[in-house]
Design a protein around this ligand. Structure first.
Ligand code: ADP
Length: 485
């Protein structure tokens, strides 16, 4: 199908109300219309969802979207309905038995159908969707398909098979971060044919300044955090790898800074989490102390800083998390606080989530028993998922051994970034094999967050900063900074 840019833009304006496409959207849509399967790698906030929303409306054909997260699906359905696409539904385990039966019997009447991979394994649902004609199959968060990615989900492994059962419909795989290895895996697992299907936008966003602040102890780190939050212009996000610490620091930050601070993590009730999101969205909160539970599907444009009190276990997660800053394109800053030995926390987390050989053996030898104490629930479930898919014990053990080693390697990369003496932006570009790797200049990153340019860029709350530059060199730096934006 040949459509000119003007035609597509006109359609966009008319059906979605946007004057122009965001970078990358048009390329993805045009490639899909060729028709050609596409893997789209775009940073968070780039408007990935619009690509399939547009395709469904433009082709007037049904779209099946596979997504790993219930809350994401519900948000998307809500968004589509607001846009006027009322025939949208999320087929998830949250539906009651009766709701599910009703939806399945009336599935033909929906245009945008969201489903989790596990629900698609249900024979009745599988049979129904196989009989339907699909204009587009979308794999959201497609990096979950790759065992080399940090969020691997065994459920995603069946999607290649599902795609052929649906007669290989036109396919769009979406993700925010994917290394070349993960990209190759997505293409292979989904059996995408033809020449290079990848369209990517740089993961590295120039309006987010990068900085690492090294401290010599956890106590110093806390003091550094207070000082930063006092000075930086919000709203801001602070990531912790422990719920307990997030809670403690929320109390202390509130006291130290007089700002409106809340916590966000998996222990809060669904209602509380919703309220906090809404308050933050409407600028009724200044700072959120969060765990990685905060993020996916949250769409706030004016987050000015993202501070990591603990580093995540890999660069993919880090880039994803700092990508929540500055979605409005305005200057923002990402600061990683690092104290030697921080990597041990992540090592412990890995040990707690990746099953050991003994644990695998234990679950395999249990045969039909479905639950027991003594092994972590999540580990149990993940091993069961491998058994159910017919993996031998040996293959599963091999898989997790590799996974453990990969996690260690990924953590090593993250630690190098944190300890790094090199240009942070270039480090990220190189890791993700960005085509136009950033050329380091003195002020692109890693500069002292107390320096004046941040005030000029509106990133400091307090304006009373003494310039540490002569006026001349200061102006030169500012010119460069603005040029970089
Ligand atoms: P992603 O999935 O890439 O993180 P989303 O699909 O959630 O991003 O979109 C982010 C925001 O951008 C949404 O609020 C969406 O409405 C908006 N958006 C999408 N496309 C456009 C566009 N062409 N112009 C302006 N805003 C857009």
């Amino acid at each position: 199908m040949v459509a000119t840019k003007d035609e597509l833009q006109h359609f966009l304006k008319h059906h979605f109300g946007y004057a122009t496409f965001k970078p990358g959207q048009l390329a993805v849509i045009q490639q899909l219309l060729t028709p050609k399967d596409t893997v789209a790698i775009m940073p968070t906030g780039n408007g990935k969802s619009l690509c399939y929303q547009f395709m469904g409306a433009y082709l007037k054909k049904k779209v099946l979207i596979i997504s790993p997260l219930l809350s994401l699906m519900q948000d998307q359905v809500e968004q589509l309905r607001l846009l006027g696409f009322k025939r949208s539904i999320a087929l998830t385990s949250a539906l009651t038995y009766w709701e599910r039966s009703f939806v399945i019997n009336h599935l033909e009447e929906y245009d945008f159908i969201f489903a989790s991979p596990e629900i698609l394994a249900t024979p009745q649902i599988k049979a129904t969707i196989q009989q339907m004609e699909w204009g587009l199959l979308v794999i959201d968060e497609a990096h979950c398909i790759s065992q080399w990615g940090p969020d691997f989900r065994p459920d995603y492994l069946q999607l290649g098979g599902l795609r052929s059962e649906l007669q290989d419909p036109l396919t769009l795989a979406l993700t925010a971060t994917a290394t070349p290895k993960v990209q190759r895996d997505i293409i292979a697992q989904l059996h995408l044919q033809g020449d290079d299907p990848v369209i990517r936008r740089p993961v590295n966003r120039k309006n987010i300044y990068l900085s690492v602040v090294r401290t010599s102890s956890q106590e110093e780190k806390k003091q550094e955090l207070f000082a930063l939050v006092r000075r930086l212009q919000g709203p801001g996000l602070i990531y912790f790898s422990s719920k307990k610490l997030a809670d403690q620091m929320q109390v202390q930050l509130q006291k130290e800074t007089n700002l409106r601070v809340a916590t966000y993590h998996a222990d809060l009730s669904k209602e509380d989490r919703f309220i906090i999101q809404q308050q933050f969205l409407h600028n009724k909160l200044d700072v959120i102390c969060a765990t990685s539970a905060f993020g996916m599907g949250i769409n706030k444009g004016n987050i000015r800083f993202v501070i990591h009190f603990h580093m995540p276990g890999d660069m993919e997660s880090y880039v994803q998390e700092i990508g929540r800053a500055g979605r409005d394109g305005q200057p923002s800053i990402a600061i990683l606080l690092y104290s030697q030995g921080d990597e041990m926390i992540q090592q412990q987390l890995t040990a707690a989530t990746v099953p050991t050989n003994n644990e695998i053996h234990f679950v395999y030898s249990l045969n039909e028993k479905t639950s027991f104490t003594g092994i972590d629930d999540d580990k149990f479930k993940v091993i069961k998922a491998f058994i159910e898919r017919g993996f031998s014990e040996e293959a599963t053990t091999r898989f997790f051994t590799t996974r453990f080693q990969d996690k260690e390697k990924a953590l090593q990369v993250m630690t190098t970034y944190a300890q790094g003496t090199t240009c942070l932006r270039r480090f990220i570009d190189t890791y993700f094999a960005e085509k136009d790797a950033h050329q380091h200049d003195e002020i692109c990153c890693n500069y002292d967050v107390t320096q004046l340019p941040l005030a000029r860029l509106g990133l400091l709350r307090t304006k009373s900063v003494t310039p540490s530059y002569t006026i001349q060199s200061y102006n030169a730096i500012l010119d460069k900074l603005f040029l970089n934006l």
